[in-house]
Design a protein around this ligand. Structure first.
Ligand SMILES: Nc1ncnc2c1ncn2[C@@H]1O[C@H](COP(=O)(O)OP(=O)(O)OP(=O)(O)O)[C@@H](O)[C@H]1O
Ligand SMILES: [Mg+2]
Length: 239
């Protein structure tokens, strides 16, 4: 399954959700390939894979064959790192990533391909969207995140994107959410909204600096259910 976590606004929790999904799937014995398409290389940094010789830029520039830039990050987690030069690559086909993932054999070799694009619409995000089987748009409980999510979701629907497109409320905190905004998410997105929001996680900084950090059990359980909802599987079952 190719999973793209994307939004039209920065800082909504794309990278966080991609990291959490990869960690939870890895613990279930599922193999993931993370593709970092963002020039800030945030997810590559989480897994200690920055400034590598081969990056997603070389992968997108080539035809997918004999690519040398898949690095092992953890057990069951490989990564094609991001490139600081990514913005130089604008004249590529919107389906190049999908074509190359297939040609390279990665869609067969991995249980999940998890794509982390930048937080704006451009060649990289289009490639991420047009590769996906499932798209998840995260948004926090603020007016600006809600409006950005609404605009993006509607636009993707109008473009007839074939992927299963879901919305996920992120960093939910009953004490600091904009009052009523979660209900607005529910009525706008209905069945396309993940039933359970991802909570505000105080210890997230520890996790992103050390992906082996053990999440608090209650939070982990909620995240397991989020991953189940996104991947359509129950914990531990085969995809
Ligand atoms: N559930 C959460 N609980 C607490 N903090 C969170 C949560 N999700 C994200 N954050 C924090 O919000 C900030 C932005 O998160 P993240 O980098 O995942 O967003 P992004 O959408 O990938 O951003 P960008 O558009 O820059 O790529 C980070 O500091 C992250 O630690
Ligand atoms: Mg990010």
């Amino acid at each position: 399954m190719i999973l793209t976590v994307t939004s039209w606004k920065g800082g909504t929790g794309k990278t966080t959700l991609a990291v959490l999904a990869a960690i939870i799937l890895a613990a279930r014995g599922k193999r993931s390939l993370i593709v970092d398409l963002d020039s800030n290389c945030a997810i590559s940094q989480v897994f200690g894979q920055v400034l590598k010789d081969f990056t997603s830029m070389e992968f997108l520039s080539g035809n997918g064959e004999n690519f040398k830039g898949v690095y092992s990050a953890r057990q069951n987690i490989d990564i094609i790192p991001g490139s600081l030069n990514n913005m130089l690559l604008n004249n590529i086909m919107d389906r190049q990533l999908k074509i190359n993932l297939k040609r390279a054999g990665y869609t067969e070799a991995y249980d999940y391909i998890i794509i982390d694009p930048p937080g704006y619409w451009g060649a990289h995000t289009r490639n991420a969207v047009f590769s996906a089987d499932t798209i998840v748009i995260p948004g926090a409980c603020s007016r600006i995140d809600y409006e950005a999510t609404r605009l993006y979701f509607r636009t993707l629907r109008e473009c007839y994107i074939e992927a299963n497109t879901l919305v996920c409320v992120n960093a939910f905190n009953a004490e600091s959410n904009l009052p009523g905004i979660h209900d607005e998410y529910k009525s706008e997105f209905g069945e396309f909204l993940l039933a359970e929001p991802v909570p505000y996680i105080k210890s997230l900084k520890k996790l992103t600096s050390d992906p082996d950090y053990t999440l608090q059990a209650g939070i982990r359980k909620r995240l397991e259910r989020t991953v189940d909802a996104i991947t359509g599987t129950k914990g531990g079952e085969n995809a």
